[in-house]
Design a protein around this ligand. Structure first.
Ligand code: HEC
Ligand code: HEC
Length: 460
């Protein structure tokens, strides 16, 4: 098919490796969009890169005479960006290409098949293989899955797409995954995370591995969300993080054809409601289960797979009058039982944690302990991301715990009188052993497993 060139198009022409700049007004591009054509290789004439938060259709056209332009392909952008190489094979000599954005020709379709990489049959989220300790008390009883929202494969699949979809933010620039990155144990390597409008979060992002097991059920550093279902809707509406309203989000997602399929598969009808968004996101987060660590192999085999140093670290971690860490980072999931604690980071606390919510002095500096699983991947550490490395964390517990009136028992010297923070007096070798032990909690499969990865198709 031939199309005649009209000056309302925005385009860029390339011949071989030669790129010519666009002769048409940049004002014709959709809001926030840009594109470039990169130089070619032996196999490729060039590579087209489109950034388009509005997810429009774009056309690649070619010509040899600058009079008639022929449609080569129509591309639909998914989740903000698209990259594709133009093969050299079959291209006639003297062929030029251009990219065309025409608002009246938004013909690109989006379907589960062309917009997403979702496997058939669906990946298994509902029945992860769990180590024996997760099927017994106390961890069994710490499962916060509510009876009305068990994990199913179709709804967790929907949750995965939502988790990576930047349309959950006001200007389509930030997804949950922007601040909860798979390679980093679903946390953010930055101390504070950048929201949709360039603002910074007030706290360090939290790792999400094994969020499913927490006896107190609550979420966030200060436990202000009563359930995971309540938590997942909060970043969407947070003025710094994603800046959306739930009605606006429902409208936006309902306009996307493949969501109709995904919601129908998950919930029986295509209705996009915030309750379903909440359930699907919570299911996906609960499905992020880490059980494939060196520690898990060890737990099943008397830790014969551990080095001497790792076993020394394990003993220090578990023994009350050595590291004493297990008093708060307990069980094979490394979270406290019924308690929320203060670990003496400072006095007074700049960020008062639970105390900022209740206004009560006895709640100052109380913070949730996220699971230590994947802790080597989730730096920096603590609610304010103050420690860059595990070595700094260990040195803090060894010599730096501060006398705060709310300092929890396991970190104090026993006895009456003023609060005396405990000093561990560990040797350099003991400190290194404690770090080596925490590194056995890393689950490499979790940070690479495709079923937890970005499902959008971005070209090739
Ligand atoms: C701009 C960064 C940002 C975005 C976007 C974001 N988060 Fe977070 N997330 C954080 C920060 C920071 C915290 C800790 C905040 C606090 O405690 O006050 C957090 C905490 C959480 C927690 C609590 C974990 C726990 O153990 O208590 C969950 C779950 C979570 N986020 C899931 C999500 C989901 C799902 C989305 C998308 C709907 C999302 N986040 C979007 C930064 C972000
Ligand atoms: C009294 C309870 C308690 C004890 C004992 C304890 N911790 Fe913690 N731990 C906490 C709390 C509470 C936090 C979160 C504090 C905050 O961010 O304000 C935390 C946070 C951490 C973190 C950072 C988690 C993250 O995701 O950023 C690491 C790592 C850690 N502790 C390791 C240890 C080690 C190692 C020991 C033993 C030497 C230990 N803890 C002993 C309560 C405790």
């Amino acid at each position: 098919m031939k199309t005649k060139h009209t000056p309302t198009f925005n385009s860029l022409a390339i011949l071989g490796i030669l790129a010519l700049s666009a002769p048409w007004a940049a004002g014709q591009l959709p809001a926030g969009a840009s594109f470039k054509m990169n130089a070619g290789t032996v196999e490729n004439i060039g590579q087209v890169e489109i950034a388009d938060p509005g997810n429009h259709s774009w056309k690649l056209q070619s010509t040899t005479n600058f009079t008639t332009w022929t449609d080569v392909e129509t591309w639909k952008v998914h989740n903000g960006r698209f990259t594709k190489s133009i093969p050299r094979t079959g291209a006639p000599a003297g062929q030029f290409f251009r990219m065309v954005f025409d608002p009246s020709q938004q013909t690109g379709t989006s379907t589960v098949a062309n917009g997403l990489s979702v496997p058939t049959p669906l990946a298994n989220y509902a029945n992860p293989t769990l180590p024996p300790s997760f099927l017994q008390q106390p961890i069994l009883g710490q499962d916060n899955t509510p009876v009305n929202n068990p994990v199913t494969n179709p709804a967790a699949t929907l949750g995965r797409v939502l988790f990576y979809d930047k349309r959950l933010s006001f200007n389509n620039t930030v997804s949950c995954a922007s601040c909860h990155q798979q390679a980093n144990g679903f946390s953010d390597p930055e101390q504070f995370s950048v929201g949709f409008n360039g603002g910074l979060t007030g706290r360090n992002s939290m790792g999400l591995a094994n969020a499913r097991w927490y006896q107190r059920v609550k979420f966030f550093w200060d436990e202000r969300a009563a359930t995971l279902e309540a938590q997942v809707l909060q970043p969407i509406q947070n003025a710094v993080e994603m800046g959306m309203t739930l009605p606006a989000l429902e409208t936006k997602l309902a306009a996307e054809p493949y969501y109709q399929t995904l919601f129908t598969n998950a919930f029986g009808t295509s209705a996009v409601t915030s309750d379903r968004i909440s359930k699907a996101l919570a299911q996906f987060v609960r499905s992020i289960v880490s059980t494939q660590t060196k520690f898990d192999v060890g737990a099943a085999s008397g830790f014969a797979n551990f080095t001497a140093e790792e076993n020394q670290g394990r003993t220090i971690f578990n023994t009350p009058n050595q590291g004493g860490c297990a008093a708060c980072h307990g069980t094979d999931n490394f979270v406290p039982g019924g308690a929320i604690t203060n670990n003496g980071l400072e006095n007074p606390y700049v960020d008062k944690g639970v105390g900022a919510l209740t206004g009560l002095p006895q709640d100052e500096g109380l913070f949730k302990v996220p699971s230590l699983r994947n802790i080597a991947l989730t730096a920096p550490y603590m609610h304010d991301g103050r420690f860059a490395t595990l070595e700094e964390v260990v040195e803090f517990y060894n010599s730096g715990v501060v006398a705060h009136p709310n300092l929890s028992g396991p970190l104090r010297n026993p006895g009456p009188g003023p609060v005396q923070p405990r000093r561990l007096n560990l040797t350099a070798a003991q400190k290194a052993a404690l770090v080596a032990f925490m590194r056995t909690l890393t689950d490499a499969s979790l940070s690479t497993d495709v079923k937890f990865s970005d499902p959008f198709q971005y070209g090739n």
